[in-house]
Design a protein around this ligand. Structure first.
Ligand code: FAD
Ligand code: SF4
Length: 566
């Protein structure tokens, strides 16, 4: 409800009155004249009886068009394969990008942005549309750390992921394709990180991202009208389309067709155009010798389960980066919705230690709906009061490296169920991260600090007495260090999901082999011929940093396997 109250742009030109109260004035870049070259394939809905499936043929069908799907589609189409990309979400080009949060969540986010674990304790975000997460993400572009890749080599049998091998080559190629460069300007929310870290003597640096030549408007979570964000519709899917790939939006694949142990295509439901808000669908079948699943870590395992691929570990090993949130109230306006999404980050605590995992401190670019969702709920007046300060709030988040275990499963009704439980180390990590973010905020000069929880944990600086101020802060930090992270107490978010069909050398607990080929069962090596996974599901473990670049690097690896086996 709080999200809707603040995300709604308002029914008429006067807009949402709450936006005027909090001083929210978003900026929008002009629409680029150099629009995406993608022209989605129009399915022949008017041909044949409506209860018969429409059928397409291709060498390869790619399911899902996000970070992984886009890279695979580009590689295979440019190598001369006939490729069909099926995407459950809509196609939205620069001219039709949303201009407000409500529309953005309705069109470009999985489950309309209302995504959470079964017990509602972990709020999740994921993209859905042609481009998937790349369309709406915050563009921070970092490869998996060397220590994680070493762990993947040692414990999961993934070779060639160290520097100097195909990994470095893939990352260099991706950074070039995505024009990854350091951010040029630090907006006030990131100045808080820079100032606080410098005063505390902590490590701090600038963020590298795939959006060269802009650092102003901050509308990136709605998709980029100017076209500077190097999302799938600008880079990989655009290249795939230029090489002849057919991109078909609004087709939800329901199962992989498997005959005599070999994938032969997929079946799905296509939305009949113009039938919103009472949608009508028609079945589609794509026949292909190779099937690449790239529907993201929350949907690829469900598709394999629906297709009765019998490997018992499919859907288990869900890993996320649990994120606690601290809001720092500054004396000058911060306007967190303007400027680069994430410009500064501190890796001071990136290495874990006994009893806690590593984490990275970053800023979060909230617009009012997301901010309203993140702020503690303690009653209407209290929430409205907190929102009135929105312009002055600097949101800090910690991307923590894992902290528990989860699973994705299909319910009897065919719905996707997500479960995740924090473990002791995960809770210790969240507490550690929340206290350090509070210290950072205080060092940067915050007058008030709120740790997101139900109820929120607050500190207000006492300017009149340094002694009382220090004592009050000490009590506050003690409370944060003991924070309750049982379900629906301490607020936890995550936009990074991975690991549900993890790759590795052991047939029993890696549903994919080290090249992304799907195993049909765990007891001994047996593959479903022609079936591959190429998305965040493949990660053997959580990586502790923003995952897009790593998803893409693994997708390049899988694409090479697909080519070699075609
Ligand atoms: C708000 C937000 C901010 C983020 N910021 C960053 C960042 O700054 N840096 C970073 O590295 N990462 C970031 N991420 C994470 C990153 O975007 C994801 O990790 C990445 O996109 C995952 O890639 P993927 O290929 O696994 O899946 P996705 O990119 O999620 O793509 C999966 C696609 O499959 C489609 N799909 C699902 N089911 C079906 C089906 N049955 N049939 C057909 N299609 C289907 C979905 O609609 C979706 O479009 C962010 C994510 C979010 C949500
Ligand atoms: S990438 Fe973001 S800040 Fe840059 S023009 Fe696009 S929407 Fe605006």
């Amino acid at each position: 409800m709080t999200f809707l109250a603040y995300a709604d742009p308002g029914a008429d030109a006067s807009g949402n009155p709450r936006h005027a109260v909090i001083g929210y004035e978003p900026e929008f870049p002009p629409v680029t004249v150099d629009r995406t070259p993608i022209v989605p394939l129009a399915l022949p809905f008017d041909i044949g009886p409506s209860d018969e499936p429409m059928t397409l043929e291709a060498d390869v069908v790619v399911v899902g068009s996000g970070a992984g799907g886009g890279v695979v589609a580009a590689t295979l189409a440019e190598a001369g394969r006939s490729v069909v990309v099926l995407e459950a979400g809509p196609f939205v080009d620069e001219a039709t990008m949303p201009r407000d949060e409500l529309d953005a969540f309705a069109r470009l986010y999985l489950n309309y942005g209302l995504l959470a674990t079964w017990d509602a304790s972990l709020t999740m975000l994921a993209g859905s549309g042609v481009g998937g997460g790349t369309l709406i993400n915050w563009m921070t572009s970092i490869e998996a750390p060397a220590a994680v890749r070493e762990e993947w080599r040692r414990d999961h049998g993934l070779a060639d992921l160290d520097d100097g091998h195909s990994w470095s080559f893939d990352i260099a190629a991706l950074e070039d394709e995505l024009s990854v460069t350091p951010v040029r300007r630090f907006p006030p929310k990131d100045q808080v990180i820079l100032t606080g870290a410098e005063r505390l003597g902590w490590e701090v640096g600038s963020v590298r991202r795939d959006s060269p030549g802009c650092d102003d408007c901050g509308s990136c979570p709605f998709g980029c009208r100017r076209g500077t964000k190097q999302s799938g519709i600008r880079v990989h899917l655009a290249r795939a389309a230029a090489a002849g790939a057919r991109v078909v939006p609004q087709v939800r694949v329901t199962k992989v067709l498997i005959e005599r142990g070999r994938a032969v295509g997929v079946q799905g439901r296509a939305l009949v155009p113009g039938t919103d808000p009472v949608p009508r669908v028609r079945d589609v079948i794509v026949r292909a010798r190779q099937v690449v699943l790239a529907a993201g870590a929350l949907r690829t395992p469900a598709l394999l389960q629906a297709s009765r691929v019998g490997h018992g570990a499919i859907g288990t090993y869900l890993r996320v980066h649990p994120v606690p949130v601290v809001a720092a109230r500054m004396t000058m306006p911060v306007d967190m919705w303007h400027g680069p999404m994430q410009a500064a980050r501190s890796e001071q605590f990136a290495d874990g230690e006994a009893g806690r995992n590593g984490y990275v401190i970053e800023s979060a670019p909230g617009h009012p709906g997301l901010l309203a969702l993140a702020l503690p709920w303690e009653g209407i007046d209290e929430h409205a009061h907190a929102m009135r300060d929105a312009r002055y709030l600097a949101p800090l988040i910690a991307v923590t490296k894992d902290g528990g275990a989860g699973r994705v499963s299909l319910t009897r009704a065919g719905r996707v169920r997500i479960d995740y439980q924090l473990d002791t180390t995960g809770v210790a990590t969240l507490r550690h991260a929340a206290t350090r973010m509070a210290r950072l905020a205080r060092a940067a000069g915050a007058g008030e600090i709120v740790v997101a929880a139900t109820p929120g944990i607050r500190f207000t600086a006492i300017r009149s007495s340094a002694e009382s101020d220090a004592a009050a802060y000490g009590r506050f930090e003690d409370r944060v260090a003991r924070m309750d992270f049982r379900p629906n107490r301490g607020s936890v978010f995550s936009a990074h999901q991975m690991g549900t069909v993890r790759m590795g050398a052991r047939p029993r607990d890696h549903p994919c082999d080290p090249n992304g080929r799907v195993r049909s069962r765990g007891r001994r090596e047996r593959l479903v011929a022609g079936l591959y996974v190429a998305d965040a599901s493949l990660f053997p473990t959580a990586i502790g940093v923003n995952p897009m670049l790593t998803v893409m690097a693994l997708a390049r690896r899988v694409a090479r396997t697909v080519l070699a086996e075609s």
